[in-house]
Design a protein around this ligand. Sequence first.
Ligand SMILES: Cc1cc2nc3c(=O)[nH]c(=O)nc-3n(C[C@H](O)[C@H](O)[C@H](O)COP(=O)(O)OP(=O)(O)OC[C@H]3O[C@@H](n4cnc5c(N)ncnc54)[C@H](O)[C@@H]3O)c2cc1C
Length: 476
Amino acid sequence: MPPVPIIKTDYLVVGAGAAGLAFADSLVTHSSAEVVMVDRRHRPGGHWNDAYPFVRLHQPSAFYGVTSRVLGTDSIDRRGPNAGLYERATGAEVSAYFEQVTGDLEASGRVRFFGLSDYRGSEDGKHRFVSRLTGQSTTVQVRRKLVDATYLEMPVPATHTPPFDVEPGVHLVPVGDLVELAEPAAGFTVLGGGKTGMDACAWLLDQGVDPDRIRWIRPRDAWLLDREYQQTLELVTGLFEGVSLYVEAAALAESVEDLFRRLEACGQMVRIDPEVEPTMYHCATVSVGELEQLRSVERVVRLGRVRHVGADHLVLEEGEIPTDRGEVHVDCTAAGLRLSPARTVFEPDRITIQQVRTCQPTFNAALIGFVEASFEDLGAKNRLCPPNPYPDRATDWLWATAIAQRAQAAWGAEPELNRWIERSRLNATRGLREQLGDPRVQAALTRYADHLEAAIANLECLVEANALDRRGVRTP
Ligand SMILES: Cc1cc2nc3c(=O)[nH]c(=O)nc-3n(C[C@H](O)[C@H](O)[C@H](O)COP(=O)(O)OP(=O)(O)OC[C@H]3O[C@@H](n4cnc5c(N)ncnc54)[C@H](O)[C@@H]3O)c2cc1C
């Protein structure tokens, strides 16, 4: 038996997806630490390597990725459905970008990446990973911390197992295989009401499929974010105006129902079907044009989740509907977001990367990297980075917003952190300082300041009064 190699490092980062890379980039920039990264995939970038061919970021590239490298050109699209808004990278562009990022990190001489390597845990303070290719086991002695960048690992269509039975001979494809179809389908049944389901319907419509040939199984309707309010740099006024409007709505809401009415009235939540009360919220973002397009699909089935796909019928939680062998069933049921409960981010010998600002995975990972590099005290670090699980139910918006706004208030008291946030390209509100002369920004700043404390208090009160499930989140 050859001897087991031993590597020494300051940090062992497990998972070289967007989160692991954004963390490592930030840590290496702001400290002299050495880092080893391991991932079971053959290359960095995580789930983006398995993304469906027509996927794009649903937010601007301008604030996605890592701090030290720009993704795209920070330009505003002039044509197409995203005209007037910041460009959005394709999945292939995101994967290529993360490969370049890893090259940058390795060039620093302080980061080593091991692909096709399974992390197998630790014993007596020694960590171990095993090559999927050679079976070679490697021991890692970690001087500072293990960093778990897999805690929110994404379940994606290409890698998940459908949560229902499928009869032999049924035409069921993962969303990514739509581009491989060789024969025209009699019709398409899209299974899943989340962002992937929306992308599948939008792509089919873009390709000229008649909306009447699309049937959409939507167990839950979702509240969505209007992309116009998710813009940065030159367009950041809209984003901050939006923040001030939802903070005001949160401060004034008299009940959960009243809150969502207010959020919709001020444009901070939109829905596909105005007649149906959404029960889901995954931070999915759409433009007004996409919303109109999705509304053209009128054959919507709301009978719960799919249990069985048979040759001539589908069994759903609340009923059955007919189907046939000419129909292509498109599996869009992968969860999309990992709904792990909150876990303390900074422990003495471990960091668990999670969300702090709602649904900003790369900003949050970079923030945690900066805080690790710049602060000593564990209590202070955890106060600045409270875990904020991904939302799932519509009502999760309440605690997720309260946590994010409380954290934001804590950052305000730390000048060094504030400077980092202001400069970071991952900070969606970057550019606000340059727009301070705009009366809209001034009005938004006043609205925000006037309502912030009341908003946090009211949201926490509503969470408590309605006994909303908080998935391990504690409010002070
Ligand atoms: C279609 C789609 C569009 C999206 N669009 C956006 C967007 O516009 N903006 C946005 O902010 N977010 C978006 N997201 C969310 C997106 O997932 C995150 O931005 C980010 O890519 C998640 O990265 P991650 O590192 O947390 O997870 P992952 O990409 O899942 O990476 C985790 C990595 O850990 C590795 N791993 C797990 N266990 C082990 C082990 N034991 N040993 C070794 N390696 C291990 C896995 O192989 C994987 O590579 C989108 C997600 C999807 C599915």
